[in-house]
Design a binder for this molecule. Structure first.
Ligand code: IPE
Ligand code: IPE
Ligand code: MG
Length: 246
């Protein structure tokens, strides 16, 4: 059965997701947290297509934060191994489905093998345009702001040349419009140092659904909630914007 995906408007151009709840999903099933991460990766593979089908152009997912190194060594190395295997297992599929992959975050902190896998994923999908998938890995919103400032200084910008546009052009997601919709699964209502700069005017959507359970129905629920939002960007509602003097 084909569904009319155009029914819910407007569709956000850019969706950012904090994919949270893998560990709890596994614990609820008396399984090791690693199994939750495994399932979480499979979930991501499924939902990329669901977002693309609904017209979302940019999808940015938080896969590993700059603070996640605080986790037990076993969990961290499990995640690193999972990502390495995941790239070799799914890259061809994503490449043929028109997904353009970028990895954003501090690459210097990850192993040379993983850096090489990221490079390969970016190279193999560089010509794709169906959906832009950005994987935030070893990423922190504060890191991003600091690295943009450092770049500006290294390029020799004078203090008076540093404005919002100058920094935005040097942020990790400079190629994308700002996220319209910020989704966090797993029930926590916090940002956890994700896209601090870029989400200044994003619509926030929190769901109790644990990330491994997130599916096309959850995508539709989030997009429907977004479509009902009244975005003002500090102004007034479009319907109330009556010209002065009338
Ligand atoms: C998110 O799930 C994945 C990563 C942070 C890598 P969690 O591992 O944080 O899962 P919970 O929040 O403990 O359930
Ligand atoms: C945010 O989730 C990071 C990712 C989903 C990759 P966390 O589980 O690390 O966030 P906190 O610790 O609950 O704030
Ligand atoms: Mg968590």
């Amino acid at each position: 059965m084909s569904t009319d995906r155009s029914a819910v408007r407007p569709v956000p151009r850019h969706v950012a997701i904090v994919m949270d709840g893998n560990g709890r999903w596994a614990s609820q099933r008396f399984m090791p947290r690693f199994v939750g991460h495994e399932r979480g990766m499979e979930t991501l593979l499924r939902v990329i297509d669901a977002f693309a089908e609904r017209g979302v152009e940019y999808l940015t997912v938080f896969a590993f934060s700059s603070e996640n190194w605080k986790r037990p060594e076993e969990e961290v190395s499990g995640i690193m191994g999972l990502v390495l295997v995941g790239v070799s297992k799914y890259l061809r599929k994503l490449a043929t489905e028109g997904v353009r992959i970028r990895v954003v975050g501090d690459r210097s902190g990850v192993s040379p093998r993983l850096q090489a896998a990221w490079d390969e994923a970016e190279r193999a999908t560089a010509a794709n345009t169906r959906i832009h998938l950005s994987v935030a890995f070893n990423y922190g919103g504060r890191w991003d702001i600091v690295q943009a400032c450092r770049r500006a200084m290294a390029e020799g910008l004078a203090p008076e040349e540093i404005d919002e546009a100058a920094l935005a052009a040097r942020m990790a997601l400079a190629f994308a419009p700002d996220p319209d919709l910020f989704i966090r699964t797993g029930g926590e209502m916090r940002v956890s140092n994700f896209l601090l700069w870029q989400t200044a005017y994003a619509e926030l959507y929190f769901t109790d659904c644990l990330w491994p359970d997130f599916d096309a129905g959850e995508v539709d629920a989030a997009l429907a909630a977004y479509a009902r939002r009244d975005r003002r960007f500090g102004g007034v509602r479009a319907i109330e914007a009556v010209p002065q003097g009338t």
